[in-house]
Write a protein of this length. Structure first.
Ligand code: ATP
Length: 364
């Protein structure tokens, strides 16, 4: 999508728990950025979430899905999960529903150190921790195929199927190579567990080899997922782009998030290039801290930056990232980041105050 003078419509789904708190800050920050850069974003707040589900029984209606798909340019999503809905029915219908129905096959998770002291790794600085994870987002163990037999008895059998299609594997691997090429990143590493999952991840190995032959300028590497976890800690500077399956991507990207400051800074994009895409922080609704005003809004803000890039506002996105770096440097952060820095949480800012500090920087 290319930015133009017309406004772009962003559907905002704050969701539940801290999702609501961080979405408010995220939208205020995006408003400030769009004013500074002279483009227009039209935010449409949608009530989808646990309260709406409990009141109406609705999760994601066909009408709502059509609206999001056909009339919005992007979806800015907070988080979903609420103790009042223990089976997470609404979250599964809405978030997984959107991922699958919009066929958002790329889950892009940048791992970027934005402040030199935010990493728990010794002797590692900002230039050592700058890579992206391409997590396959529509297949693998997340398709919900399987079942129980003789449930609740000593003979119980529980099965979850892992689905890998040639088409699905090829498109995520190709997306990773295309991203590396367009961002002038020379290395792509694929991670699987083909030594155990010989059929499923044997397919990943074959497709990776085939697709990589089309990108001779890019260096390729393969690591089993367990070794990948070790290498991300031991030598993170060796990675530019990591591509992997749904489950391993989930786990490795949480590890990556901790290497650069934790969930409070971890952003993600669910993409299908050329289609309306969904942007959400990696963290969930965090019911333990919801309603206290202590949630870190920066993951949501950095998620907004990914959305700006996808909407064609690259320069504004880069500027927003710099403003986040400045707020970190100034120490105007929530308690979680103070803990990451080994500092006392006394004097930590609340969610809104971090947003206000950021907006002041944007406007200065
Ligand atoms: P869900 O089931 O919705 O994923 P969860 O509590 O299991 O929720 P997360 O929401 O990802 O998982 O959070 C894990 C923990 O990390 C939370 O309990 C919270 O203390 C902390 N956390 C997550 N996000 C933030 C944030 N933005 N700011 C501060 N702390 C956070």
């Amino acid at each position: 999508m290319v930015a133009n003078q017309q406004s772009q419509r962003v559907a905002v789904i704050p969701g539940d728990g801290i999702g609501v708190e961080v979405a408010e800050v995220g939208v205020n920050v995006l408003r400030a950025i769009s004013e500074r850069f002279g483009f227009k974003l039209d935010f449409d707040w949608l009530p989808l979430g646990a309260s709406h589900y409990l009141e109406t029984g609705e999760t994601l209606t066909d009408e709502m899905f059509d609206y999001l798909k056909n009339e919005c340019d992007a979806i800015y999503f907070g988080a979903m999960g609420d103790p009042r809905v223990p089976d997470m029915k609404h979250a599964k219908d809405i978030l997984l529903g959107l991922r699958f129905k919009l066929d958002l096959f790329v889950n892009l998770r940048p791992i970027t150190l934005m402040h030199p002291e935010m990493t728990p790794l010794k002797r590692r600085g900002m230039k050592d921790l700058e890579f992206v994870i391409f997590r396959e987002n529509t297949e693998g163990l997340y398709v919900g195929m399987g079942g129980n037999f003789k449930k609740g008895t000593p003979d119980e059998i529980a099965i979850n199927e892992m689905v890998n299609t040639r088409r699905g594997v090829e498109r995520i691997i190709r997306a990773a190579f295309e991203w590396a090429k367009s961002h002038h990143k020379p290395r792509v590493c694929m991670s699987d567990k083909a030594n155990v999952l010989s059929y499923a991840h044997g397919l990943w190995q074959r497709v990776f080899k085939e697709v990589s032959s089309e990108y001779p300028e890019i260096q390729t590497r393969h690591l089993y997922a367990d070794v990948m976890a070790m290498e991300m800690v031991r030598a993170p500077q060796d990675f530019d782009v990591i591509v992997t399956s749904n489950m391993f991507g989930d786990i490795l990207s949480d590890l990556g998030a901790e290497l650069v400051g934790g969930l409070g800074l971890a952003a993600s994009a669910n993409l299908h290039p050329g289609r309306v895409s969904l942007f959400e922080p990696v963290h969930g609704s965090a019911p333990d801290i919801a309603g206290q005003g202590v949630a870190n809004p920066l993951a949501m803000v950095l998620t907004g930056s990914l959305m700006l890039t996808a909407l064609g506002h690259k320069e504004a996105a880069l500027f927003l990232d710099q403003c986040v770096q400045q707020v970190l440097t100034q120490g105007e952060v929530t308690a979680d980041l103070r803990r990451s820095l080994g500092q006392s949480t006394e004097g930590a800012l609340n969610t809104q105050a971090v947003g206000e500090a950021l907006i002041q920087i944007i406007k200065s």
